[in-house]
Design a protein around this ligand. Structure first.
Ligand code: NDP
Length: 254
């Protein structure tokens, strides 16, 4: 492929992507970015039908399919992947984006706050990777991009459960990259800083000044700025990158 070809077509057109938690926030931006590049994109969500339908309605003409499936449910996740593979043939890109927060100081954390966060943020990643990887292995190609967080590497008050789940994603990403490298499957993570979505609303309301003063670029990020990084890691432009955690945080972690 010539340099000009790569610039015009970074290898995504006609390929298929699966984005968990793709109905709102960062996931929605990723879905729209990949679909606008000519990919057939399946998004998952867990409860908000209205938000999922809104993504489809706002993007008539792009190939987007919404499936309601809880990433915590391994059997349902496997079935979702099977149905997608039957429909589109194969899965080229998996973006594990679905995630939640249940912030609180450690003594106040209930069992449910631990279970919900670990089951969604890390077990969900296991569930979808286990379901998708066999398809990628048989094709000897694929990209897996896990959405981590700056919290996986930078301490944050009230975030022990969330930080632990995101640190686990970083470690998982590196091991899976080693495991799948021989099969030409590239595995990376993107670690967003504070991004303007519903998930971060409470944190931004409570500690806005304190946070933005620590961000080198002095502002929050936009979902589209995370989507751009995922798009790059999905494309042929990132063919020699694996096992990395790419910070997209305006310099917050430094
Ligand atoms: P939002 O709350 O805006 O959106 C979350 C999405 O995940 C929704 O589509 C939601 O579906 C879906 N979801 C939640 N739980 C499940 C589940 N059990 N099964 C399937 N889908 C589920 O979150 P963000 O866009 O802000 O966050 C996306 C990712 O980015 C998360 O992994 C988060 O940890 C990470 N991140 C976010 C940051 C931020 O500042 N916003 C910073 C760093 C990382 P439904 O609409 O049905 O609820």
């Amino acid at each position: 492929m010539s340099a000009m070809d790569l610039q015009l077509n970074p290898g995504l057109e006609g390929k298929n992507a699966l984005v968990t938690g793709g109905s709102r926030g960062i996931g929605r931006a990723i879905v729209e970015r990949l679909a606008a590049s000519g990919m057939d994109v399946t998004l998952t969500y867990v409860s908000n039908d209205e938000a999922a339908n809104a993504v489809i309605d706002a993007n008539q003409g792009l190939k987007i399919t919404a499936v309601k499936v809880d990433v915590r449910d391994s059997e349902a996740s496997r079935q979702c992947v099977e149905v997608m593979a039957e429909r589109v043939g194969t899965i080229d890109v998996l973006v594990n984006n679905a995630g939640i927060i249940r912030d609180n100081l450690l003594p106040m954390l209930e069992d449910e706050d631990l279970e919900a966060v670990f089951e969604t943020n890390i077990e969900g990643v296991f569930n979808f990777c286990r379901a998708v990887v066999p398809y990628m292995m048989s094709k000897r190609s694929g990209r897996i991009i896990n959405i981590s967080s700056v919290s996986g590497e930078k301490g944050g008050r009230g975030q022990t459960n969330y930080a632990a789940s995101k640190g686990a994603i970083n470690a998982f990403t590196k091991s899976l990259a080693v495991e799948l490298g021989r099969r030409k499957i590239l595995v990376n993570a993107v670690a967003p800083g504070v991004i303007e979505t519903e998930l971060s609303e409470a944190v931004r309301d409570i500690a806005g000044e304190e946070i933005t003063s620590q961000i080198v670029l002095k502002r929050y990020g936009l979902p589209s700025e995370i989507a751009n990084a995922v798009w790059f890691l999905s494309s042929d432009l990132a063919s020699y990158i694996t096992g990395q955690v790419l910070s997209v945080d305006g310099g917050f972690k430094m």
